[in-house]
Design a binder for this molecule. Structure first.
Ligand code: NAG
Ligand code: NAG
Ligand code: NAG
Ligand code: NAG
Length: 654
């Protein structure tokens, strides 16, 4: 409480101390002025002379008489603003005045500007500069927007329409006194050369070199040695608010300059901009623009990156459709870190769906042709309805340009292939293998017979058997081979599958059947039991090898050496013999999957087939030659090698 009190005293002391005739008001907060009529100092520090009331007067005078010299001289500058109640018409204007009294007894509003009476004369000793906003013929006003010098009356000694010299453009510009904009006025009188100069300009301009109104007047007898200085204003039928924002005065030399940056704000005008803001705002705007552009570019690029292909016909598959965005996020942008493997159909990524936290495997298949995509999707989606504990569950799909993404349940232990042939994995024991074999058989039986339509897998092999966390075998990739069936023309036929698992009749008919699946399953049985791939470079085929052992009555010698003696002999023999039976060159001699499952479960016995009988069939070898003209690629690693074969030889056979 004490400190503001002291400050106020110091401030006021400073203001009033200069009764010698030097003072400056950059705003009027706390100023000691003598106010009359409607004049008031607003809370913002504006000196308001009138408001919108009609026929009123406002006076504001510096509270001390000033000791004018002989001859008298003075210099003053002030900033004013006139806000009309209605555009284009306003109250009568503002006058800066030198007066022997602060009361101006009998003065009138309206055209009298609150300064003069009806009968003003030389006895009044009033000198004024009028900023006149109403044209009054009675006083020979030149227009309704002029600046004039008045001595003892309202008929100006000299007056000029309000204007200023724009220093930037080098032209004289009209000033609208009632524009509501703050403007600065400079008034200088030198008694020595009797020169009275007045200039006006907007705040952006400094004091003009040439005055707007100039007169040679001897004021020695008008200005007495003790005079008050201040402002007067009035309204008439038309009204407006007359404001003074800042004011400085000097009896001796130029009026002290005003600090325009600290002047109070007019009502309704935008917050004062500091110089810093004036510079930083455009900079900030440019920065904002740059940032906005960057955001838009990033957004567009991201949108293109995450763009997917969605056609009308796919709406029926809506629930099976994944957003590419979600798959992209789930796989950390298909980062190599999440890559599970690359197979014949494409790369497989591991991911976690961010919302449901479900672990998924995403198979990314590049597929340029859009032909047949609709059929394929509808098949894939309908296969998504296949549910069996020995089938890898298809969760859904997503399509992009040239790319199809299939989303599956994630299988923690990856493909069986790795366990059989990758030396880094601990070998599976026999009971684990037998469990897997029975599972895969059950899954395949479900595909063949358990559903409303027969589903041919077409690519059964260890590489397509996936193991969950409990080492249950699940068939994956079923139906995928169909992708390569669609969109082919009659000139070419694709045989899809993996060499070593392709039934001999495929080369003749090109037609996948449940029998060709059983053939591949046979190769798979031999593969799991023997730990060998069905075809190996520089070695006899696996079927031949097992058959040879059987013929020598040492079929158990065909088992995976990694098993050692830890195996159930009966089961091993059963699996090897069943494998051979399924590999029968005659499709009709192979068992069905139903029989296979019964045999494996011990519900049926193996049909009696002698090694010799099998050999005599196999020795015909007709199928080996029929694949000879293919460019053979051997399944060499865990990445399955798919034969996508085109052969005009087979055209028209399907
Ligand atoms: C003008 O000021 C007077 C005196 O303070 C007040 O009575 C009147 O309501 C004001 N008029 C307007 C329009 O603000
Ligand atoms: C204000 O000015 C008057 C003279 O008109 C004077 O009497 C008064 O003391 C001044 N007030 C302050 C606070 O200086
Ligand atoms: C101005 O007027 C006064 C008295 O009215 C007179 O004494 C003085 O000489 C005049 N000055 C000039 C420069 O004419
Ligand atoms: C008044 O101010 C002017 C400069 O604006 C200065 O030259 C002069 O000395 C001051 N006079 C007094 C009495 O302070």
């Amino acid at each position: 409480m004490l400190l503001p009190g002291i400050l106020t005293v110091i401030l006021l002391a400073e203001l009033v101390a200069s009764s010698d005739g030097n003072f400056t008001f950059n705003g009027f907060s706390g100023a000691n002025l003598t106010l009359n009529g409607l004049a008031a100092i607003t809370s913002e520090g504006l000196l308001r002379l009138t408001n919108d009331t009609q026929q009123v007067i406002g006076h504001a005078f510096y509270p001390f008489q000033l000791p004018f010299g002989k001859p008298p001289s003075f210099s003053t500058t002030f900033v004013f603003a006139i806000k009309p109640s209605f555009p284009h018409t306003s109250g009568h204007g503002i006058a800066f005045a030198l007066s022997p009294s602060t009361e101006l007894r009998g003065s009138l509003p309206s055209q009298h500007l609150g300064l003069f009476t009806d009968t003003s004369s030389a006895r009044d000793h009033i000198v004024a500069v009028e900023l006149d906003t109403v044209k009054n013929v009675e006083f020979k006003d030149i227009n309704n927007n002029h600046v004039g010098i008045d001595v003892n009356g309202l008929v100006s000694v000299n007056s000029t329409p309000a204007a200023y010299f724009d220093t930037k453009e080098g032209v004289v510009k009209e000033l609208q006194l009632i524009s509501g904009e703050p403007m600065q006025v400079w008034v200088d009188y030198s008694g020595e050369d009797m020169r009275f100069d007045v200039a006006v300009a907007p705040l952006s301009e400094s004091k003009p070199k040439t005055p707007l109104v100039s007169s040679r007047i001897n004021l020695s007898s008008v200005i007495s040695d003790k005079m008050y200085v201040g402002f007067s204003s009035s309204t008439g039928a038309a009204t407006g608010s007359h404001y003074i924002l800042g004011w400085s005065f000097s009896l001796d030399g130029d009026a002290p300059p005003l600090d325009l940056t600290v002047l109070p704000r007019l009502p309704g005008s935008p917050k004062k901009k500091s110089v810093v803001l004036a510079i930083s705002l455009p900079v900030a705007a440019v920065l904002l623009l740059v940032v906005a552009t960057v955001i838009v570019v990033v957004f567009l690029r991201r949108r293109r990156k995450l763009a997917e292909l969605l056609e009308d016909w796919e709406h029926e598959f809506g629930p099976h459709r994944f957003h590419y965005k979600d798959l992209y996020r789930a796989t950390k942008g298909f980062d190599d870190e999440t890559l599970l493997g690359a197979g014949g159909f494409g790369r497989v990524y591991r991911g976690v769906l961010s919302k449901s936290k479900i672990e998924i495997a995403v198979k990314k298949i590049s597929h340029e042709s859009r032909q047949g995509m609709r059929e394929f999707i509808s098949e894939i989606v309908s296969m998504g309805r296949l549910r069996h504990r020995n089938l890898v569950q298809l969760l859904g799909y997503c399509r992009r340009r040239g790319e199809l993404l299939l989303v599956y349940d994630y299988m923690a232990n990856g493909s069986l292939d790795r366990f059989l042939f990758d030396g880094n994995q601990p070998p599976l024991n026999w009971s684990q293998r037998f469990h897997i074999i029975k599972g895969v058989a059950a899954g395949l039986l479900y595909l063949h017979e358990g559903w409303e339509q027969v589903v041919i897998h077409r690519d059964i092999k260890a590489g397509n058997v996936l193991l969950d966390s409990e080492l249950n075998g699940k068939l994956g990739d079923f139906g995928l081979a169909r992708l390569y069936d669609h969109g082919t023309n009659s000139q070419t036929t694709h045989i899809v599958g993996t060499l070593g698992y392709l039934a001999p009749e495929l080369s003749r008919t090109g037609k996948a059947t449940t029998h060709t699946d059983v053939y591949a399953f046979g190769a798979f049985l031999l593969e799991v039991a023997s730990g060998k791939r069905p075809l190996q470079l520089d070695a006899p085929g696996l079927v031949d090898f097992v058959l040879e052992c059987w013929k020598m009555s040492t079929i158990l010698e065909a088992r995976d050496p990694k098993l050692g003696d830890e195996y159930a002999a009966k089961e091993m023999e059963l699996v090897l013999q069943l494998g051979l039976l399924c590999s029968h060159p005659d499709p009709m001699a192979r068992p069905s999957m139903k029989q296979v499952v019964q045999i494996l479960e011990g519900d049926a016995s193996l049909p009696t087939v002698s090694a010799d009988g099998m050999i005599s069939c196999l020795s015909a070898r007709q199928y080996d030659e029929s694949f000879d003209h293919l460019v053979l690629s051997y399944p060499s690693s865990s990445a399955a090698t798919h034969v996508l074969r085109s052969s005009p030889f087979f055209s028209g056979t399907r």
